[in-house]
Ligand binder design. Structure first.
Ligand SMILES: Nc1ncnc2c1ncn2[C@@H]1O[C@H](COP(=O)(O)OP(=O)(O)OP(=O)(O)O)[C@@H](O)[C@H]1O
Ligand SMILES: [Mg+2]
Length: 254
């Protein structure tokens, strides 16, 4: 049987009168790295928030490992969230806590692990992202790229089955960007995790993805392998990939 990690069926979401997602269908399978593409404001971050149950859909169903997220009560929702690591668009580290304590927080609040064990996990995850030296530093003392890597390490401390990355390499220099891309691949492979990566950096997208989905005007308009995306006949998809100003994307906005 096909075991989807995430399954969205007929999902609609509006903020007031503004429709963001409209009858959207998307399934993510075990150990895939699904890259979600879409213009700024198309609803990519919103889609991730629906998966972790921060937002509830106005219509349709969001399932995580077969269970309906929008019907979960608080304790169950919290248990589900322990299985999902989130790397936020803007790192979202707690500025008053040093790196060690930022990583310790989920372990202290959500598990009954002893300090020794917590320290071991923190050392292991910081080592994975090459940030072992920053343990005692404050977030404000780190560069944007370092903060992103710490955010990544924090998403891993609970050993998630699903990792959601929101613009993991936005605003980083090309070298650090590649480092992050490679980390996403190696970490998800090493931990057997499934991942969903939101990005509009095309080089990253093609490097990371085992599958791609393009979000446009509330719907997934293409859902296929990176190779198929490169050859796509869909004018919106090919315009987005090439970054051309010619095509349906800007015309529709007139
Ligand atoms: N809490 C909210 N209340 C009202 N409108 C919202 C809210 N969150 C998002 N929106 C609107 O929903 C749309 C989609 O937002 P979202 O953040 O999902 O876009 P995005 O695709 O992640 O964009 P970007 O690439 O710029 O991060 C935007 O028009 C945004 O203004
Ligand atoms: Mg966003």
């Amino acid at each position: 049987m096909d075991e989807s990690v995430v399954d969205m069926k007929g999902v609609s979401l509006a903020f007031g009168a503004k429709k963001i997602l409209n009858d959207l269908n998307l399934a993510v399978h075990s150990r895939e790295r699904l890259v979600v593409l879409g213009q700024s404001g198309s609803g990519k971050s919103t889609l991730l928030r629906l998966i972790v149950g921060i937002l509830r859909p106005n219509g349709g169903v969001v399932r995580f490992k077969g269970r309906e997220v929008s019907r979960m009560r608080r304790p169950h929702l919290n248990r589900m969230r322990q299985k999902i690591g989130m790397v936020y668009q803007y790192s979202a580290l707690i500025s008053s806590l040093n790196v060690r304590d930022n990583l310790a927080l989920p372990l202290e609040e959500l598990t009954d692990k002893k300090e020794e064990e917590i320290n071991r996990i923190i050392d292991e995850k910081l080592d994975m992202v090459g940030m072992s030296d920053t343990k005692n530093q404050m977030p404000a003392e780190l560069s944007g790229g370092m903060r992103k890597r710490i955010g990544l390490a924090r998403a891993l401390v609970m050993e998630p089955e699903l990792i959601l990355f929101d613009e993991p390499s936005a605003g980083l220099d090309p070298v650090i960007s590649s480092v992050i891309d490679e980390l996403i691949i190696s970490l998800t492979e090493k931990t057997d995790a499934t991942s969903i990566i939101v990005t509009h950096e095309m080089d990253s997208a093609f490097k990371i993805a085992t599958r791609m989905a393009m979000l446009y005007q509330g719907n997934i308009i293409e859902n296929d392998t990176p190779d198929a995306f490169r050859r796509s006949k869909n004018a919106v998809v090919s315009q987005f990939i090439s970054g051309s100003t010619q095509g349906p994307i800007l015309e529709k906005k007139k």
